[in-house]
Design a protein around this ligand. Structure first.
Ligand SMILES: [Zn+2]
Length: 250
């Protein structure tokens, strides 16, 4: 099985993201830092609007006296750190498994928006020199809050229009949603229609603003409107030249 997988990997041509990751890793071993920017998933964790129906549940369906431990996970598709799919808001929109994995692996930049009080607007982003194809992670005061804050900092519709206009390939935020349930969900819909990937529920308090190598790995569940993802950043103390992706959209 392993040999077969190996052959399959060799047959596959490497994507831009894969090549730049290999370059990043080459010879850098101990100089590399991995930042896990994912939320832990547990009963009692912060969930959107603190609604009990969104709490995860874990059901032990087999135990050691039956040969092995096995647990069934009952979790909302938008639990913790997760990737949104356009089908979350747009009937017939793309589902999680149809989104390009290579756009979730590559260079990214954490923007320092910790000074923003209420919502991130286009004016906050205009001064950041955001380039086409960038994946931007918005670090706000949300990262310092442990529980669910109903007044969390979100992305205003004009900021979504700005990002879709650049266009960036993705945006991540340290809130469980990129907007606070605005009527019609204009922020989500603008990003989805603009082909911008949306990561929510990031934890950025322990990471300084700047450039990193992003790896976001959503579970490959067919047909989902969103799915939890393990998201981490790689940083090297050595100078690394990244190749900037110019592709955006899906
Ligand atoms: Zn979501």
């Amino acid at each position: 099985m392993a040999r077969r997988a190996g052959r399959a990997l060799r047959r596959t041509s490497r994507s831009t993201a894969e090549v730049s990751l290999l370059r990043f890793l080459a010879g850098k071993g101990k100089d590399m830092i991995v930042y896990d920017i994912s939320m832990p998933i547990f009963r009692g964790m912060p969930v959107y609007k603190n609604e009990g129906k969104r709490q995860p549940d874990f059901e032990r369906i087999r135990d050691y006296n039956e040969g092995a431990a096995e647990t069934r996970l009952h979790i909302d598709s938008h639990t913790g750190t997760h990737l949104d799919a356009p089908s979350h808001m747009i009937p017939g929109g793309l589902a999680i498994h149809e989104l390009p994995l290579d756009a979730l692996v590559g260079e990214c930049r954490i923007l320092d928006l910790s000074y923003v009080e209420d919502r991130i607007t286009a004016d906050h982003l205009r001064t950041e020199d955001i380039a086409p194809g960038e994946f931007v992670l918005l670090k706000t005061r949300n990262s310092d809050v442990e529980g669910f804050d109903p007044g969390f900092v979100y992305l205003a519709p004009d900021a979504a229009e700005f990002l879709a206009g650049v266009p960036v390939r993705g945006v991540g935020i340290d809130a469980l949603s990129v907007e606070r349930n605005q009527p019609g969900h204009p922020t989500h819909i603008t990003l989805f229609r603009g082909g911008v990937l949306v990561l929510e529920g990031l934890r950025l308090s322990g990471v300084a603003p700047g450039r990193y190598f992003l790896v976001a790995a959503p579970l490959k569940v067919i047909g989902m409107d969103g799915v939890p993802a393990r998201v981490f950043l790689l940083e090297s103390s050595l100078q690394v030249s990244y190749r900037t992706r110019q592709t955006a959209g899906y």
